[in-house]
Ligand binder design. Structure first.
Ligand code: ZN
Ligand code: ZN
Length: 275
């Protein structure tokens, strides 16, 4: 048997690494996150509340049930998950958040990063450092925002390669909307097959912004009829599940456009770019 030259072995190894990377990047989307109280799929970010007591993300429908129950008894609000009283000041809320941050809670680190880059603070350098940390701990949204920072030069020099790298890490960590961005980047670079792979994942996860791209892909014969139809089927199923997540309480919470600090006591909402 002929011995492999070091160059050949290196190439083989690089190919394998690229294959494994793509396998992780184009895997089936994860199931959607559920509210830990009502077990329905979590709605959009604006309709959820991050609890600094226990670090859970709870739907505003469940939050409003809690508010009604406790107010009827003339008591202060309690967390529907851990039953800890709602914090009464921003100082206390921050103290709770920092406790979670120090314990390595990825969502809390992410929320804190969003907080310090917002308002008058605009500390993008620290925010990017925290996004990286939260991303490494499994937070897809944090990698997404870090990709956005390199894309737009927020606290770092613009670097398209790094932007794509972090966008891909967001997708590998289970991010969904980021596939829309990655599909666009691949299409711009002329990599239409890779672009379609991203759009298919996004559509299957219920992202309707990629439906048009997929239709173009099908008409241009980049994807097959079967692939197109399967993606549409999954999209419809996901839409149906989304419909089933509506509840009277969630509608009430949405209609009230609740001032979350006053009602739920949470000052630290995610203010992410995407995801
Ligand atoms: Zn709920
Ligand atoms: Zn709690």
């Amino acid at each position: 048997m002929q011995k492999e030259t070091p160059n050949k072995a290196k190439k083989k190894c690089e190919r394998k690494v690229a294959e494994l990377h793509d396998e992780a990047l184009f895997k089936d989307p994860p199931p959607p996150d559920e509210c830990p109280i009502c077990y329905l799929i979590l709605p959009n970010e604006e309709q959820t509340t991050f609890q600094t007591c226990c670090g859970k993300i709870i739907c505003n429908g469940c939050m409003i049930v809690m508010v009604k129950e406790t107010r009827a008894k003339g008591k202060p609000g309690l967390c529907p998950f851990c039953r800890k009283p709602t914090s009464t000041s921003e100082k206390e809320e921050m103290k709770r958040l920092m406790k979670l941050v120090d314990s390595g809670h990825s969502q809390a680190i992410y929320n804190y990063a969003c907080y310090i880059r917002g308002g008058d603070r605009q500390d993008w350098v620290t925010a990017n450092r925290l996004y990286l940390k939260a991303g490494e701990l499994g937070c897809a949204g944090a990698y997404y925002n870090l990709g956005g920072s390199y894309d737009q030069g927020r606290g770092v020099d613009v670097d398209e390669k790094k932007a794509k790298h972090y966008y891909e890490l967001a997708a590998i960590s289970g991010g969904i909307d980021v596939h829309n961005v990655l599909g666009g980047l691949e299409a711009q670079a002329g990599n239409y097959i890779r672009a379609m792979k991203h759009f298919i994942i996004a559509v299957k996860s219920g992202n309707n912004r990629c439906l048009g791209h997929l239709k173009v892909g099908y008409k241009s014969r980049i994807i097959t009829k079967d692939e197109y139809e399967e993606a549409l089927r999954s999209f419809q199923q996901r839409q149906q599940r989304q419909q089933e997540t509506k509840s009277d309480e969630r509608d009430q919470a949405g209609a009230a456009r609740i001032s979350e600090r006053a009602t739920f006591g949470s000052a630290f909402r995610r203010t992410e770019d995407h995801e």
